[in-house]
Ligand binder design. Structure first.
Ligand SMILES: O=C(O)CCC(=O)C(=O)O
Ligand SMILES: [Fe+2]
Length: 304
């Protein structure tokens, strides 16, 4: 089977589940990547409302409403979010004392500190360990889901009331032995955009210090606004770095590093990727907001 067909084939089961759970998802899958269709959808579904100021929060600090919206509109990403230290400590403590999993159907999880021991007895290294639905047991994360500052920032950008549609907490572990499908599954070193709904906004928080060697997030500035026709009329979400560099220019690639607690907001329609960690593991929290209810299997990243 050709590589392209294989890429489609691995997605069929999760796509079939999404369409079964929410038939209108098929329209999104077919048209959501087209700039004209996105423009029409926004015009039909939202009213031009002024952005509202972001309420103060004891859990998260961020730039003010206009800066967040400006950066998101222009670059697709706004950095400068910071978790309060109690929230950060609680999430880190949860992750250190609870098991994570390589895949959703795996029965036995493992504690993150044991990843190197496990690699010794596996044929390939573990790229990522996910907490899936157990994140609901972490009060700090549950409280953050409905944080008024994050909810307002999401509403401003999305153009209507938004709800949390995804919450994921996972480690990227330093790894050397992996193949292309492992990288795609872990969204590492593989630029892509996410089409989870017509308009969504993600918040990411680093729970460990992240430098260039510990799997930083990378994105292409402004790539949610400017898209080649080829990038729009393709069935694939993933793109080669060289292809993106040729179109956008290397100066638009930005790598996000920062201390534990630092965060950023991202329109997942920008081209982005995690990267393979080389030195230290990275622990990251992702919250996504959208106007419509999520497909149930999407919420914790249970499917690809
Ligand atoms: O690991 C990362 O930094 C990126 C993950 C990703 O692509 C996503 O959550 O949409
Ligand atoms: Fe992604």
């Amino acid at each position: 089977m050709s590589a392209s067909l294989r890429r489609i084939a691995v997605r069929v089961p999760s796509y079939a589940t999404y369409v079964f759970e929410r038939p209108s998802w098929l329209i999104l899958l077919l048209f959501g990547r087209l700039k004209w269709a996105r423009w029409i959808e926004r015009r039909l579904r939202t009213r031009n409302q002024p952005i509202t100021s972001l309420p103060a929060s004891g859990r998260v600090a961020s730039p003010d409403a206009s800066e967040v919206s400006d950066r998101l509109n222009k670059d697709g990403v706004c950095e400068g979010f910071v978790l309060a230290s109690e929230t950060l400590d609680e999430i880190r403590c949860f992750a250190e004392t609870n098991k994570c999993y390589v895949s959703y159907d795996e029965k036995e999880g493992f504690l993150a500190r044991d990843f190197a021991i496990l690699n010794n007895i596996r044929s390939k290294d573990i790229l990522a360990g996910y907490y899936f639905s157990s994140v609901e047991n972490c009060d700090a994360i549950r409280n953050l889901l409905s944080d008024p500052r994050l909810m307002s920032a999401a509403r401003n950008y999305i153009g209507q009331e938004a709800k949390n549609i995804r919450v994921r907490l996972w480690w990227s572990f330093p790894a050397q032995r992996f193949d292309d499908s492992d990288l795609r599954r872990a969204a590492q070193n593989r630029f892509h955009f996410d089409l989870n709904d017509w308009r969504t906004l993600k918040f990411f928080f680093y729970i460990t210090d992240v430098d260039e060697q510990s799997g930083p997030h990378v994105y292409v500035r402004g790539s949610h606004r400017r898209r080649s026709l080829r990038h729009q009329y393709t069935p694939f979400h993933g793109k080669e770095r060289a292809d993106l560099e040729a179109f956008f220019g290397v100066e638009r690639f930005r790598l996000i590093t920062g201390p534990a607690g630092s965060g950023f907001s991202e329109d997942p329609f920008v081209f982005h990727t995690g990267s393979v960690a080389c030195s230290n593991p990275r622990l990251i929290l992702e919250l996504e907001y959208g106007p419509y209810s999520p497909s149930p299997s999407y919420r914790y990243g249970a499917l690809g």
